[in-house]
Write a protein that binds this ligand. Structure first.
Ligand code: ADP
Length: 520
C-alpha cells in the first residue's frame, strides 16, 4: 500500500480539525483513515498502485450529513470523491482521481420507493442491483431490472456512470427520471418535476420546466446524487430470441449491417452485443490451461477454444420483449435476417410469463460471474476497457476490428471485444485483461491504451467512458474549437464549486483550484 497522501495544500493540523468535524457529523465509526481503509477504497484493478490514492473514506447515512460534510470539506479544502457502492471495476473502482481525496461512500443509503403502477423507482445511492432485485421479488412486484455484466455495484452509480445492461432498458442513463442532488455548497436541489413541492410526477416526466439537469450529473462532478428516479420495464408477457454463432472474422460486417437497421427501426429494442471467442474461455477457464506461451494467443489456441466451447469467431444473443404475438412475428423477421448471413449455429430461446426465470441478464437477474475473467492470467488479475463510440456500419466496424486486433497482437495481449448496437450508435468495448503480478505485462498496458486512444482519435472516434488514468487523455481528444466543451464544463464547475471539492478531475473536468495538479 502506498504512503498516505494529503490533499494538495492541506496541512496535518487542518486535516485533523476537519476529521474531528467529520466525526461529529457521521460518528467515529463512519470515518475511515487507517492504512487498511485506504487499501479497501483503492482501485483493485489499478495499473499503478501509487496513483489515485484515497486519504480515507466517510460514510454518511442521510442527506443532512452529506450537506454538513460538504460544508466542512469546502472550508477545509478537502476534496471528496462520491461513490455509490464503488464497484466501478475497470474504471477505477472506489478510488478517487486526485490522490488525497476522501472517498464519500454512500453505500449506507439504501431506501427504495417503487411505483409499480407507473413502472418507476426512486432509490438512494447505496441500493445495489441485488437489493433492488430482492426487494421486487420478495414483494411480487411485476417490474424487471436491467443489470450490467457485473451486477455487484449500485443501480444509481451504474446509471450515473452510463453503464449498460442487456434488456431494452439497457441504456441506463437514458432511463433516469428525476434526481435529488447535494450541490458543492450544500444546497439541495430536485431536478425535473421534483422541483415542484408536492409534485406527483417526479419520476414520470424527464424534462420538468426550463433547462433539464439530469444528464448534467452523469459522468460529472457538479454534485452528489442522493436520490435517483429510474424507469423499470413492466414484466413482459413473453421474451423470445436467438443465440447465434458466426464462423469468420469477416462475418462481423454483414452482421452489423443486418442488425443496425432493425435496431434503428425499433424491431429490436435491446442492444445486442457481438462478442468474440474469448468471452466464455476467460470466464470458465484460465489461460494456463491453453498455453504457457506469452504474446497474443495464436490461431491454433483460438481454434481449440472455439472447439471446446462450440463458439464462433463472433457470437451474439438477440432478445425481444413484449406481447407474444408481436414477438413471434418479429422473431421470424430476425431469423430470416440472420439466416441470410449464414450463421454457424442458431438457437431459439423462449420464455412466457409464469415460467421460472433463467438466471441471466436477459431477464434482469443480477449476475457477477462475468467478473471471473479478471482471473484469466492468474495472479492479481484485473482489466481496463477501451470503448470508442462508432456508427452502425459494418465496413467501419471491420476496419476498427482489424486495426484494434493488430494492436492487441503487436502488444502481445489476448483479444476480448464486443460491439454493442445502440439506438443509433455502436459501442466497441475492448477489455484488456492483465495480471498485476506480471511486471513485464504491466509495462505494456499503458502504451497499449494510449496507442488505442490515439488510433481512435485519428479515425474520428472518442470513448464513452474510461478509467481514471485516461480521463484527462480522453477529455483532450474532445478538442473541437480549442476544447470548447471542456472549457464550458470547467466554467460550470468553477461556478458551482469554487472550492473545487467535488470529485476533482472526474471525466477530465478540473476545478480552477486543482488545474495545476492536472498538469502534473
Ligand atoms: P457502483 O456502485 O455501481 O459500483 P460507483 O459507486 O463506483 O458505481 O460509481 C461509479 C462512478 O459514478 C463513481 O466513480 C462516481 O464518479 C460516480 N458516482 C457514483 N455515485 C454517485 C453519486 N451518488 N453522486 C455523484 N456521482 C456518483
Amino acid at each position: 500500500m502506498p504512503d498516505r497522501v494529503l490533499p494538495p495544500r492541506v496541512s496535518e493540523s487542518r486535516l485533523r480539525s476537519a476529521l474531528r468535524q467529520f466525526e461529529s457529523i457521521v460518528g467515529k465509526d463512519h470515518v475511515f483513515t487507517e492504512a487498511l481503509d485506504r487499501s479497501t477504497y483503492a482501485d483493485k484493478f489499478a495499473i499503478d498502485d501509487n496513483q489515485h490514492v484515497p486519504l480515507g473514506a466517510l460514510a454518511p447515512a442521510t442527506v443532512e450529513e452529506i450537506q454538513a460534510i460538504v460544508r466542512v470539506a469546502g472550508e477545509s479544502r478537502i476534496p471528496l470523491w462520491p461513490i455509490s457502492r464503488g464497484k466501478n471495476l475497470g474504471y477505477g473502482g472506489s478510488a478517487p482521481h486526485l490522490s488525497g481525496s476522501m472517498v464519500l461512500d454512500l453505500s449506507r443509503m439504501k431506501k427504495i420507493e417503487v411505483d409499480e403502477e407507473n413502472g418507476t423507482v426512486l432509490l438512494e445511492p447505496g441500493v445495489g442491483f441485488y437489493d433492488l432485485y430482492d426487494h421486487l421479488q420478495s414483494r411480487g412486484v411485476k417490474l424487471w431490472l436491467s443489470v450490467p455484466g457485473n451486477s455487484w455495484g449500485s443501480v444509481a452509480g451504474n446509471a450515473l456512470d452510463r453503464g449498460a445492461g442487456y434488456t431494452s432498458y439497457g441504456e441506463h442513463a437514458s432511463k433516469i427520471c428525476g434526481l435529488e442532488v447535494v450541490l458543492p455548497d450544500g444546497d439541495l436541489v430536485r431536478t425535473g418535476m421534483g422541483a415542484l413541492t408536492g409534485s406527483r410526477s417526479w419520476q414520470l416526466y424527464r424534462y420538468g420546466y426550463g433547462p433539464c439537469w439530469d444528464q448534467l450529473f452523469c459522468q460529472s462532478n457538479f454534485g452528489i446524487v442522493t436520490k435517483l428516479g429510474l424507469w423499470l420495464m413492466p414484466e413482459p408477457e413473453s421474451v423470445m430470441g436467438l443465440d447465434l454463432e458466426f464462423d469468420k472474422q469477416e462475418d462481423l460486417g454483414p452482421l452489423i449491417d443486418a442488425l443496425g437497421p432493425l435496431r434503428r427501426e425499433g424491431l429490436l429494442q435491446q442492444s445486442p452485443t457481438i462478442g468474440n471467442w474469448l468471452r466464455a474461455a476467460a470466464v470458465l477457464t484460465t489461460r494456463d490451461q491453453w498455453t504457457d506461451k506469452p504474446g497474443a494467443l495464436p490461431d491454433s489456441v483460438i481454434d481449440a477454444i472455439r472447439k471446446r466451447f462450440g463458439v464462433g469467431w463472433w457470437g451474439v444473443s438477440l432478445r425481444l420483449y413484449g406481447r407474444e404475438g408481436v414477438n413471434r412475428e418479429s422473431l421470424a423477421i430476425l431469423e430470416k435476417a440472420m439466416n441470410d448471413i449464414g450463421p454457424l449455429s442458431l438457437k431459439r430461446t423462449s420464455w412466457r410469463r409464469g415460467e421460472p426465470l433463467e438466471q441471466t441478464g436477459w431477464v434482469g437477474v443480477p449476475l457477477t460471474y462475468p467478473m471471473q475473467n479478471a482471473n484469466w492470467h492468474g495472479g492479481r488479475g484485473g482489466h481496463i476497457g477501451f470503448s470508442p463510440v462508432l456508427p452502425q456500419s459494418g465496413k467501419l466496424a471491420m476496419e476498427q476490428f482489424r486495426r484494434t486486433y493488430r494492436r492487441y497482437q503487436e502488444f502481445g495481449m489476448d483479444y476480448q471485444a464486443s460491439f454493442a448496437i445502440g439506438e443509433r450508435h455502436m459501442l466497441n468495448i475492448n477489455a484488456i485483461l492483465f495480471n498485476k503480478d506480471d511486471p513485464e505485462m504491466m509495462k505494456r498496458i499503458d502504451p497499449f491504451m494510449r496507442t488505442l486512444i490515439d488510433d481512435a482519435k485519428a479515425n474520428g472516434y472518442g470513448e464513452y467512458r474510461t478509467h481514471l488514468d485516461y480521463m484527462d487523455t480522453v477529455a483532450e481528444t474532445y478538442d473541437f474549437n480549442n476544447h470548447a466543451l471542456l472549457r464550458l464544463n470547467q466554467r460550470v464547475k468553477d461556478a458551482l464549486d469554487p472550492a473545487g471539492i467535488i470529485a476533482p478531475g472526474k471525466s477530465g473536468v478540473w476545478p480552477a483550484t486543482y488545474r495545476k495538479e492536472r498538469k502534473a
